[in-house]
Design a protein around this ligand. Structure first.
Ligand SMILES: [Zn+2]
Ligand SMILES: [Zn+2]
Length: 77
């Protein structure tokens, strides 16, 4: 049994995530995303996939990065 760091639920199937040397406990991926996933500075969505990164800022896609002035990035799709 371990308590979720995000919502406080005490759940026997909780799991741990290590991020930047910190260990977090969650009862669901939704809670993990809520606490750990970065937010795109342009459109505000949670970056749950790989996203794109420039100058330590993570965007959801190259379009958003470009709108914020990060012109070196390209989606490969
Ligand atoms: Zn939770
Ligand atoms: Zn975005």
């Amino acid at each position: 049994m371990a308590r979720c760091d995000q919502c406080g639920n005490n759940y026997d199937k909780s799991f741990q995530v290590i991020s930047a040397g910190e260990t977090y406990t969650f009862d669901s991926f939704e809670c993990a995303i809520q606490k750990l996933a970065p937010t795109c500075p342009h459109c505000g969505v949670r970056v749950v996939g790989h996203g794109v990164e420039q100058d330590d800022i993570i965007y959801c896609c190259a379009h958003c990065a470009e709108q914020e002035g990060a012109t070196a990035l390209r989606d490969r799709a």
